[in-house]
Design a protein around this ligand. Structure first.
Ligand code: NI
Length: 153
């Protein structure tokens, strides 16, 4: 495993739409391992591949209940009911802002074995899914946030 360098806001790759993963290879699995290690080391709750310089539809996340890996995630449903709460991002260190997100969503993705998994996260976990999936279409939370604030590190 290896720690990867996290790309910061301003880098063009964070504005791109990520490519879908065509074939899951040994390299895909290695990248997922390295992304998870990098996320945990940085004490983040989610990390998308563009954030480590790979324009691919891959995400790792963990709301404290275990690691979830998403390959080629697709949003199937999003509740009209919204939640509003603070977010930060490893690519925008030191900043927080409030973002409205769906309270519940339904997402289909592949796991590292190529198996289709459907997730129905709610609350904070649903927020992490939505934040990370935004990274795959080149959107940062600071574009959606209100009350953006800098926190002393
Ligand atoms: Ni982020």
């Amino acid at each position: 495993m290896a720690l990867l360098k996290i790309v910061k806001a301003g880098a063009p790759i964070l504005k791109e739409t990520a490519s879908s993963v065509k074939t899951i290879t040994k390299n895909t699995k290695r990248l997922l391992n390295d992304m998870a290690e990098t996320m945990y080391e940085a004490e983040g709750v989610g990390l998308a591949a563009p954030q480590i310089g790979k324009s691919l539809q891959m995400i790792v996340l963990d709301d404290g209940n275990g690691l979830i890996e998403l390959i080629n995630p697709e949003l199937l449903e999003a509740s009209e009911e919204l939640q509003d709460g603070p977010e930060g991002c490893l690519s925008v260190p030191g900043y927080y802002g409030d973002v409205k997100r769906s309270q519940r969503i339904k997402v289909r993705a592949l796991n590292r074995h190529g198996k289709v998994i459907v997730y129905e996260p709610e609350g904070f976990l649903a927020r992490i899914f939505q934040h990370e999936m935004d990274h795959l279409v080149g959107t940062l939370f600071i574009e959606k946030a209100t009350n953006l604030r800098k926190v002393e590190e």
